[in-house]
Design a protein around this ligand. Sequence first.
Ligand SMILES: NC(=O)c1ccc[n+]([C@@H]2O[C@H](COP(=O)([O-])OP(=O)(O)OC[C@H]3O[C@@H](n4cnc5c(N)ncnc54)[C@H](O)[C@@H]3O)[C@@H](O)[C@H]2O)c1
Length: 464
Amino acid sequence: MKILYFGAGFVGACSAVVNADSGHDVLVYDVNQELVNNLSSLDKDKIESSLMERGLGELIIKNQARIKFTFDLAEVEKFIDLAEAVFMCLPTPEKDNTGETNLIFYEIAAKTLGKILLKRNNNNQTQHVLLINKSTVPVNMINQTQKIMENIGVKNFGVGSNPEFLVEGQAIEGSDHPSRVVVGAWNEKDFAIFRNIYSRFVGSPTTDYIEVNPLEAAASKLLANYMLFSRLANCFDVVGRVCEKFDGLNFENIRKVLITDKRIGGWGLYDSLFAGGSCFIKDARSLFYQLKSQGVNTDIIDSILTANQRQLDSFLARAKEELNFDWKGKTVGILGLAFKQDTNDVRNSASLKVTEFLFDKNVAKINAFDPTAGNNYLKHFVSNKDSNKINLVDSEIKAISGVDVLIITTDWPQFRELTQLIKKNLPKGAIIMDGRRILQHKYEELAEAGYNIIAVGSPLIKVV
Ligand SMILES: NC(=O)c1ccc[n+]([C@@H]2O[C@H](COP(=O)([O-])OP(=O)(O)OC[C@H]3O[C@@H](n4cnc5c(N)ncnc54)[C@H](O)[C@@H]3O)[C@@H](O)[C@H]2O)c1
């Protein structure tokens, strides 16, 4: 099959290359020339410097005969005649802190696509094409897609929804071996196109292939993210808080008891300073906005969003509250800038919010380290008046050496092994703020070595 993609970001690039690997011919169009050049470079490091996804570079190189990236619409026009499906993988950010989805990227792309579809097959539009929302969109977006196309005069098309459930950092593995594929269409003709695209998952014993209507597909994506987000926020704000406030409770022991109840299950029962990333907050706020617009009480969603923010605020406030620490003029090390391990994505990352807090407290200097996300983090602060306080360093040891406070913000597994480096290089009396409980197995040893430890899910652990 010939498949066109609009949008070569995390979702578009990963889905496209997995479809190429399934044997389809894929063209991926994106307006970002630098991204297109990197993805077209056939150089694994260049590809993954743009989109750090394990396996992405190798899979693009392996499938180079079947996948092409372009920013040239003339190529799209050439390709479109025989295309049977178009995946829309555009950004759908929040509009000005309202919760409403900003559909501008989507609408611009849809109009560009519509004009190209109009001209296909020598203006006869004989080839049926399925237009698929892969972006996370409001529940009824599919109807708008239909209208945009009809207003332009596009004919012989269907609209469908195929929400993306990828986990950043594991997107290739997740798309290659998904636990489920959800497709939404209005009729058998379009379901058949989906079955062709995903033929290797239809009837697979390891993948649930679920057919619903496009509205159900879009709604289930928003609801799935809300459920996951609420698990995390509940764990931070209730389970973690209980362990912080009552002496003698070990978070990991409590967790062990909870997760062995199959009804509770294990996912999301981790403590952390914040649930960031490009999706959870945005999607919960979008759901909040859509329900509010229907006059529905949204207290529960609101309290989940508030709990996540409260977690971050309460973690950062503890240095002052529990140790009477004054941040002004201090040097702080930040370990971890990506919103989670295995990605270079800093969208809604705790590190950005921690940095803004530190600017606000007038610290003197921030030594920031991440194995992959340093440049994206710096870009975020490029026009900030305090950006000169950031010293992006290229190793853990440089982030740790000589600082007054060390804040661990990302769960990179290698940080688990830092105890000896910390003991050698972090001045005695410094504070370790562990926002991921990544050093939990060493808290006693570190306290004995002369550090105060503030960790999510633990009461203050003072220098012994
Ligand atoms: N990143 C995730 O983990 C994830 C997971 C599931 C769903 N989603 C959803 O998928 C969608 C895309 O997310 P993403 O993370 O891939 O975003 P992204 O920002 O990484 O990628 C979007 C791409 O669209 C391109 N673009 C913008 N306007 C365009 C246009 N007019 N024509 C062609 N390309 C254009 C951008 O240049 C960018 O490369 C969003 O709705 C998001 O909520 C994301």
